[in-house]
Design a protein around this ligand. Sequence first.
Ligand code: BGC
Length: 897
Amino acid sequence: MNGRCATKDLLVPLSPVSVTKLTCEYSVTPLGIDTRQPRLSWQLAGAGRNLRQSAYQILGAGSPELLQQASGDCWDSGRINSDRSVQIVYGGAPLASSRRYYWSVRIWDGDNNPSPWSEASWWEMGLLAPADWQAEWITPDLAEDLAVSSPAPLLRTTFAVNGDVRSARLSITSLGLYEAELNGRRVGDLLFTPGWTSYAHRLQYQTYDVTDLLLPGANAAGVTLGDGWYRGFLLWGGKRNHYGDKLGLLFQLRIDYADGRSELVISGPNWKSSTGPILAADLYNGEHYDARLEKPGWSLAAFADDGWAGVTPLAASKEHLVAPVDAGVRRIEEVPARSVTVSPEGETLIDFGQNLVGWVRIRVQGAAGDQLTLRYGEVLDQQGNLYVANLRTAQATDRYILRGGEAEVYEPRFTFHGFRYAGVTGYPGELAPEQIVAVVVHSDMPVTGDFTCSHPLLNQLQHNIRWGQKGNFLDVPTDCPQRDERLGWTADLQVFLRTAIFNMDVAGVITKWLHDLAADQHADGNVPVVIPDPLGMAGSSAWGDAATIVPWTLYQCYDDTRILEQQYASMKGWVDWIHAQTGDALIWNTGFHFGDWLAIEAPDPRWPNPVTENDLLCTAFFAHSTDLLQRTAQVLGKTADAERYGSLLADIKAAFCHEFVSPAGRLSGNSQTAYVLALHFDLLPESERAAAAARLAAEIGRYDNHLTTGFVGTPYLCHVLSRFGYLDLAYTLLEQESYPSWLYAVKLGATTMWERWDSLRPDGSFQTTEMNSFNHYAYGAIGDWLYRVVAGIELDPAAPGYKRMRIEPRPGGSLTWARARYESGYGAIESAWTLTDGHLELTVTIPPNTEATITLPAGLVTEGSRPVAHADGILGVEIMGDRQQITVGSGEYRFRV
Ligand code: BGC
């Protein structure tokens, strides 16, 4: 359709701007969505500066041919005068189950010239109503001991394909995990499907295009089921079967023939079941695989399944099936073995040089019945043996029994491990490094950002933050990936989210998680401390506040108003629940709270032990959540709520100051975190903030320029310092190398973020085995300060999603240059600065259809070779004291001060 315009436009010159990168619901071409009004986004591309959109037109059609004729039989938005190019809500005819919709868009640029139509894109609907499911839930008819991990069942059926297949879609889900095959070939490449959700309320099903997997004539389908989160070991004390004790399968294959016929192949009483090579598979404990028990060809039509057991119908619901909103978990990359040695205990040790999450793939040749044992650990103990005490009861061990004969390749399924080292025993012969590789597994999230600077240890810190994110975004954002825990702890996510968004596109994963938060939230508004919630514990301040902070952050970063609409009741429920705890006093001083979790106990006898009082912390978060709720109410046009919560906020602040601030301005407890929260949440009157910031700085000085903050205070610490005039001190903390500090772990060779400031103590010993993860992203929350302050990429809260932004790098510390890139919804934003001979050079990229205010120190500024005021694309220059603000449209700029 490129180049073709409706007749009336032929007289108008075509814009040099083109429309690219069409996405629907954060995805390029999503298959099987159930959003009835999907949101469409695109980007503008073209040479030059200040590219803008003044209007757009979208066409939606049931076929690419119709779209080619510029006819939107489903939707023709007509020309809409708007500069919006992200999150445009579909406004056409109602969308039908299983149908594919094609769409295209053109824009009018800043000169009102139309662009060519974009390339066509599409999305496809899944099954929108329970009645669309003809399939029946089935469960294998196999005897099992429910107290232990049982062999993973195989389920199969055969069917005929009679005619030319136009397309085929498999809609499938399970109780437990599933992996499906058609005619001996794996369906898709997703792992850990159907994913972990609040199963009682929301169970995901996946849709696959399986057209190419079908054969003319006889066909077969096979599905392996695993325990997973549904009924495997989860939490502590050997607890399992949290959601149910029977595995189940719901399978519906629709075959559309070229001649217009359609047929369904569905799970039902005619399926058969058996067990295969997986003797046990558990997320915490690992997999036990006996290759001698493989049933070659079991998902082929010709396979003789006499002797297989049957299946039983399962009374499970189809009412709560939902389509995924994220891209799912995949094998993302591989890490080769760095070394193979033998430990003092005699175990063959493979070092992958990186703490990561997934498993190993190993190649082995030996006799039938030989057994390989693979253990996994994050660190070595002081003797050099694999250290697994911090995994607590998680066995994290895979066992493989060889088939014998030819070389065989093994990697587990239905389990994952957090490790840098693997310990192998039973390997026949010498294990060469090429025979083993680490497979890195996580939610599929495109990389969106990067930060680098002149300080190698800070670059390693950024690396560690990124790997902490990879390791802990496995379907659910978790605290840790290795011990018997791996739960969606709410505080961990709310503190890390802003950083996570810079590094990778997490919109889908977090949207899914928020839907689970709302589903698991108690009727009275109380929020569990982990989501999904198998634990049944709720009500901790800073944990439950994920209910307000997470949706607000998504809205700010992705201009996602819908998540605010969807979560509004949840956000409000949480704030009202807290209010019910405090009553009119508005001081939250009841209930159990984790407090400023893992804040340090002063390691130096000269230092006082910092204590952040729970009452203060809880009341501060009460105010913060109320603040976010009233802002949300404003965005959604809920004026009465906005006013009500606005005045509640004012009252909480007053109560906070009355209760916790002494007449001299000292915050009760006097901890760093107390000042950080009061300042970051704007709880103090303007007139008292400078003094409070000075007290914070003094407190940091008292600890020889060390932080004392835990999970709750740390994320905001440097932000508060840089905001209130202590940029140097923020850099001092950032570059601090002795305990407690971010670089302490880096200096000790960390390759991920640690749970504790001293997971490995200065004397070389480990922190308590009870809680010591070497892959915990919470302290990685410093990442957003690197992007937002060091590199200076900051959104404008009033124009979310980076429609407008601020670029204000704040060079400091020992840094001579820093560079960050972030792929926003509008395109790439970059900020790179260098200090040379007293000059600041700043290269900035601003994406099309956005605007930026660039803040530089006052002085003579050139852009390219011209004085800034005369440069192309500059919309304004304003001097403000010792700074100047330059407003620009899109393009690449090189400033020199
Ligand atoms: C988790 C944390 C979590 C905490 C609650 C721990 O076991 O690993 O990251 O937030 O419990 O305080």
